[in-house]
Ligand binder design. Structure first.
Ligand SMILES: [Mn+2]
Length: 271
C-alpha cells in the first residue's frame, strides 16, 4: 500500500523551496494528522536540530511516521557536496550525511541525497567526479545498511545537476555500486522535465524506486499542473511500489490549501 506524506521544512535558508509546511514542527504535524496523512518528511538544518525522544513522542501523539529526512541543508548552509574536487569537503559532506542517516534511522527512516550530490564542475573530469559520487554512496549506503535503513539517491533535473537526470541513468549508476542499499527517489517534478515517458520509466526501473516526491509539473501540489497522474499511479501500483508519495511541492496557494489539495489527489489516485 502506498502511503501519504507531507513535507515540513525547518531551515530558514531554504525559505523559497518546495515544502508544504514551515517552521513550526508541531503545528505542521497537527495539520498533517488532522488531514489524515500517514507520514511527514523533514528538512532540518542538521542531524541534531531536533531531539529524538521529543520527535518520537510527537509522532506517536499525532499517529504519524517519519518517511524520510532531507540533507539539502548540507549544501545550502555549508556548501558541502559528495563531488567537490576538494577531498576535505567531500569528507565533510559524508560526515554530514552520516549524521542524517543516524537521525533518520532512529525512526526507521532513510536519508535523501538530492542537492548534496553536486555537479561535474567546469574543468573537472566527469569520470573522476562520478567515482567520487560512487565512493560517497558506497560508504553511506553501507552505513545505512548497518543501521537497518536504505539510502535514497535522487536524480534531479538538468538545471540542478549534471550528474544523473533520469531514473534510467540513476538506476544504471546504482547498479554499479558495491552497496545494494541505495534506492532512487522518483520525483515527479524532475521526471516531468527529463523523462520521455514517466510511466515507462517507472515500469522499467520500478525495482529501484524507494521514495516518490509527489508534485505536479510546475512544482505546485498535484492537480495544479499538467502531469497526467492516472498512468503514473497505475505504473507505481504495477511495479508494487510500497513506499510514500511525499508532497515536495510549493505551499501554493497556501500551506493549508496545498496540504488539502495533496491529500485529496493522493486519495483519488492511491485509495
Ligand atoms: Mn525531490
Amino acid at each position: 500500500m502506498i502511503k501519504s506524506c507531507v513535507t515540513i521544512a525547518l531551515v530558514q535558508q531554504i525559505k523559497t523551496g518546495p515544502w508544504i509546511f514551515w517552521d513550526d514542527l508541531q503545528a505542521g504535524m497537527e495539520k498533517a494528522s488532522k488531514l489524515g496523512f500517514d507520514a511527514i518528511e523533514l528538512f532540518t538544518a542538521s542531524a541534531d536540530s531536533i531531539e529524538i525522544p521529543g520527535l518520537k513522542d510527537l509522532l506517536t501523539n499525532y499517529n504519524l511516521e517519519l518517511a524520510a529526512v532531507g540533507t539539502g541543508a548540507g549544501k545550502v548552509i555549508h556548501g558541502l557536496t559528495l563531488t567537490d574536487p576538494d577531498p576535505e569537503i567531500r569528507e565533510k559532506a559524508v560526515s554530514f550525511i552520516l549524521g542524517m542517516i543516524d537521525f533518520g534511522a532512529a525512526f526507521g527512516a532513510p536519508a535523501i541525497i538530492g542537492s548534496m550530490q553536486g555537479n561535474v564542475l567546469t574543468g573537472n573530469d566527469r569520470g573522476e567526479t562520478l567515482s567520487w559520487l560512487a565512493e560517497g554512496l558506497n560508504r553511506l549506503g553501507k552505513h545505512a545498511e548497518s543501521k537497518g535503513v536504505i539510502l535514497i539517491y535522487e536524480p534531479l533535473n538538468r538545471y540542478e545537476t549534471n550528474l544523473m537526470n533520469t531514473i534510467e541513468a540513476g538506476s544504471k549508476f546504482i547498479e554499479t555500486l558495491e552497496t545494494k542499499s541505495v534506492k532512487l527517489l522518483a520525483d515527479l517534478f524532475h521526471m516531468n522535465i527529463e523523462e520521455g515517458n514517466l510511466e515507462e520509466s517507472i515500469l522499467n526501473w520500478g525495482k529501484y524506486i524507494g521514495h516518490v516526491h509527489f508534485a505536479d509539473s510546475n512544482r505546485r501540489p498535484m492537480g495544479f499542473g499538467h502531469t497526467s497522474m492516472k498512468e503514473i499511479a497505475e505504473a507505481l501500483k504495477t511495479v508494487g511500489y510500497q513506499g510514500f508519495a511525499s508532497a515536495e511541492a510549493f505551499p501554493y496557494p497556501s500551506p493549508d490549501e496545498a496540504a488539502e489539495q495533496t491529500i485529496a489527489e493522493f486519495r483519488k489516485w492511491f485509495r
